[in-house]
Design a protein around this ligand. Sequence first.
Ligand SMILES: Cc1cc2nc3c(=O)[nH]c(=O)nc-3n(C[C@H](O)[C@H](O)[C@H](O)COP(=O)(O)OP(=O)(O)OC[C@H]3O[C@@H](n4cnc5c(N)ncnc54)[C@H](O)[C@@H]3O)c2cc1C
Length: 384
Amino acid sequence: MSQIDTVDIAVIGAGMGGAAAVALLLEAGFSVHVFEQAPAFSRIGAGIHIGPNVMKIFRTIGLEDRLSGIGSHPDYWFSRDGNTGDYLSRIPLGDYAKKEYGAPYITIHRGDLHAEQMDILPADRVHFDHGLSDLQERADDVLLSFANGKQVSARLVIGADGINSVIREKLLGPEKPKFSGWVGHRAMVNMDKLRASGLDFEACVKWWWELSRHIMAYDTKSDKSEYYYVTGVPVDGWEHDEPFVDSSKEEMEAIFGGSHPVIQTLIDATETVTKWPFWNRDPLNLWSRGRLVLLGDACHPMRPHMAQGACMAIEDAAVLTRCLKELGTENYADAFSLYEATRRDRATKVQTISNANTWLKEPEDPAWVYGYDPIRAELGSAQV
Ligand SMILES: Cc1cc2nc3c(=O)[nH]c(=O)nc-3n(C[C@H](O)[C@H](O)[C@H](O)COP(=O)(O)OP(=O)(O)OC[C@H]3O[C@@H](n4cnc5c(N)ncnc54)[C@H](O)[C@@H]3O)c2cc1C
């Protein structure tokens, strides 16, 4: 970063949404730099679903085949009763998704996905250890001030800085996210113990109990060498300051013990498990102002139960890029309006269903989510 003190477009945050925005904007011919507070990224133990809606975006930046090769391709999203094992729904994915939705549905390790996203970005466009601490909106630019003492002038600023976004705070004032009343336990399980059980661990399955408690379990590698679960459990409150805390096999046993044999084996195969609070915000009434615009969790955070939060961030990045390309950076106000008009209803609908935790529990048609094509959909039309 040493020489650069003026950039055209600054993306704040190199998470999944920010990294996608940089790749897409570069591909579209824009000059863009990303500023990330972390000194580096590491492979934390967690998985993620990426739907065909987003694989179509990854196709345009050369990532679809790379991710397809690494991730798992489940044939179905199953929903099952956690006690009896009865099937509540079987949503076809696999070849059906490729044919009907136009791209594969994959589940993958988050670290592997993000590493691939970062790998395609030119190193001179990525500035780690740049936590945005303040900004000043001026007539012709935005002056960004970073915690490391550096200052950068940017013509446009994209806030992809997550649920505690500094850019959101500048637009709407300080407001802590709300605790949703739910936590999730996350674990990569011991594969030897799974195999020794002789049971079948389906590639993508959500197990349900009363009060919508659940365990979502899935492969994160194409060779089935990793299996991961994330729970959803309602709790009375969250009293910790840390982003997550350690949990234990005993806690898993206390919540989910005595269930179906597959669940018992998952608990027995749990060695390290962490517990994460799920934070939330109501839909924002402002997505942009002047030269500032939001995307992803900075704009519409949601509980993770639809497995579409990152997908919405990446869809945002694709649509925002298209709007800037169509109208030009000089017309940023119109481009930001077009972006919001295209995205608001869809992101809000996904946010609402995620928070309700009903997605695919019963048979339903997911085509409006997975069949959507953010690269070709009509701009300005709210497609839900
Ligand atoms: C348990 C769980 C499971 C999930 N499963 C799925 C799933 O299967 N599929 C799916 O699509 N989504 C899933 N999600 C949601 C998904 O993780 C988020 O929606 C997604 O990470 C949002 O991406 P983002 O880029 O907007 O924000 P983030 O991923 O939060 O990235 C923000 C980035 O900005 C950086 N940053 C923050 N502040 C600053 C600053 N001041 N200056 C500079 N940099 C800053 C951060 O370090 C970070 O790198 C899940 C979420 C959880 C909690």
